[in-house]
Design a protein around this ligand. Sequence first.
Ligand SMILES: Cc1ncc(COP(=O)(O)O)c(C=O)c1O
Length: 376
Amino acid sequence: MIEMVKFVDLKRLHSSLVSSFTKTLRRHILNSNFILGESVQRFEKNFSSYLGVKYAVGVNSGTDALMISLKSLGLEKGEEVIVPAFTFVSTASSVVLMGGRPVFCDIEEDTLGMDVEDLKKKITSKTKAVICVHLYGNPCNILEIKRICRKNKIFLIEDACQAHGAKVKFRGSFKFVGTFGDCGCFSFYPSKNLGALADGGMLVSSKKSIYKKALILRDCGRISKNVFLHPGFNTRLSSIQASFLDIKLRYLDEWNRRRKKIAGWYKQLLEDVPQVKIVPEEKYGECVYHLIGILTPQRDALLEFLKSKGIEVGIHYPFPLHLQPCFKYLNYKKGDFPVSEKIASSILTLPLHPYLSYKEIKYVCYQIKKFYTSKK
Ligand SMILES: Cc1ncc(COP(=O)(O)O)c(C=O)c1O
């Protein structure tokens, strides 16, 4: 008998790793190794090797990775950066914090990635960069977005904060998302596919000049012990977290495979429910299912029903960014981004973590079906 299905279950994920974490923590305490140093360098090397990208800079969060990317690319006051209207707030707020102006762009309903036709319309002489997002772990139309950026001589930042390990077919083999743009940004927030036991993030790039700037910017603008080139941030990835992440990186592919399998169960078991449409669709590459959602017009009622059955569900995200109070000054209005608005009002995200059993997924789908049969 199932009483509860958790949305994310870090306790279950970490249970077999507790003794490795404890040994590592002990080593850090005994060596007094807390800030930068060997463990951060090792994880940067391992993460960049995993992705097949030249450089990686560990920072304190995905938000910081986005801010440092913008600063490293030389964003200046008032310059525009095109971002999707449907994503986590940091994709756009990082632009504001770095002095730029976010310009919103609609998304595709099936992939949740940036709509390239709308993107083309949003480019002006003031556009400095595009930040595309691989939302829910699903690759967006990155090859086309890259082509558009190159043609218009604008920088491309990939927000891969939800997409560790997602990949796209490129020149006959696979290439990881986050490695196509000038910069790729990752979050290690604990519930991410690769999560630390605290906040954390990473900026990756294949360009040495960006790497060098980012290294300086993450450490107070420091170029040597007591010399600071320009004002910088204090956003160094914790040494202890870098070691924890190194342990978890070994399991990333296995965990992603399990997520994909679970997504497959949802698709199969909900196939015959006409009231729900599963997103995202894998159109441009392999999704790592950080999240999976259903689009349904009776979202709020279904949410309450599933909660009453012990099923933890979420809404990622209930409001598109152009309607958030923090972007009111940009003067967008309801109706400006119809797809983003539709998804925000009809998306429901379902439990998805590597240790969910078939029995649990069957129970969730059974309750979804029950809700719709009772509505007939
Ligand atoms: C798409 C996206 N961008 C940026 C971020 C920000 O990452 P962090 O929470 O590590 O600052 C997140 C985190 O949820 C995210 O999902």
